[in-house]
Design a protein around this ligand. Sequence first.
Ligand code: ZN
Length: 177
Amino acid sequence: MKHIIQMGKKVLRNIAEEVPHNEITSVRIQSIIQNMNDVLATQNDGVALAAPQIGESYRIFTVAPFIFDDPSDEHLIYINPKIIEQSEKKKWLHEGCLSCRWKVGDVERSVTATVHAYDEYGKEFTQTGDGLLAHIFQHEIDHLDGILFIDKAQNIRDMTEEEINDVLEGTNEQRHV
Ligand SMILES: [Zn+2]
């Protein structure tokens, strides 16, 4: 099992590479996607993960199925994602990052964002997210550009031991990306 790379490592600061379209279905890229999903599934509070967070400098992120009412109907894998539209209206949201254990802070992001991307079969799609999903899109695409939430967050603080234990036991509602 791959582990989640923590801040301080260069791979989190690189501009990740686009996946050539004809390589999306290759064994190499498919196994990266599988590894990302496996690692994300180990994190009680994890709602999304970008490929650089497992040390793979590719423009891919994955979203956890459990944030959707009907995940079978949703796109969970985003390859070469680009934000093509985002609302001027912004909102501050409490955020944390699986690569910045155990910090939280407030980040201002657009309340809706539309992404153009390719799925794991190489098919292109656009998806509009609002609320948590919009924040996820923006946080994950920042990862692909070498940006961490601590670069833009305010009120950054370390979580308390009690809060961390709640996360590890799955009883903390704060979601990390
Ligand atoms: Zn993150």
